[in-house]
Design a protein around this ligand. Structure first.
Ligand code: FES
Length: 130
């Protein structure tokens, strides 16, 4: 049997096979699910925010290895950080951590970024209603 070379970097394979911060967060105060409009994969992000800092984050992705790896590195990048920093993370930042994604997989990195922004918005809305 002949095997083909993986299209993914070592970093993508590591984070997709052993994702950090995978799962639900029961005491989350911000949650959002983002659905990719191309492939319809989805990512849900749960955040626990206090004093405008992301104290904890978890995610669940029903998506490809690139989206799992992107969600994993994103969660590591923002955990313990102020929400202002989290809101400024771009696809380029994720690429830097993963070293690269194939061109046709670039959209996968946007899925967790969008879900995180919406989870922070959810937190802000809930904070205002208290
Ligand atoms: Fe759908 Fe990657 S192919 S998120």
């Amino acid at each position: 049997m002949k095997y083909t070379q993986s299209p993914y970097t070592k970093q993508v394979l590591k984070h997709s096979q052993h994702p950090k911060n995978w799962g639900m967060l029961k005491d989350a105060n911000g949650t959002a699910t983002s659905v990719d409009q191309v492939c319809f994969d989805q990512t849900t992000i749960y955040v626990k925010i206090k004093d405008d800092k992301i104290n904890d984050i978890r995610f669940v992705t029903g998506g490809c290895p690139a989206s799992v790896a992107s969600s994993s590195v994103l969660s590591v990048m923002v955990k313990g950080k102020p929400i202002t920093k989290a809101l400024n993370i771009t696809q380029k930042d994720i690429m830097k951590e993963l070293k690269a994604l194939p061109e046709y997989k670039l959209h996968c990195a946007n899925l967790p970024i969008k879900a995180l922004k919406e989870a922070i918005e959810d937190y802000k809305k809930k904070s205002k209603t208290k």
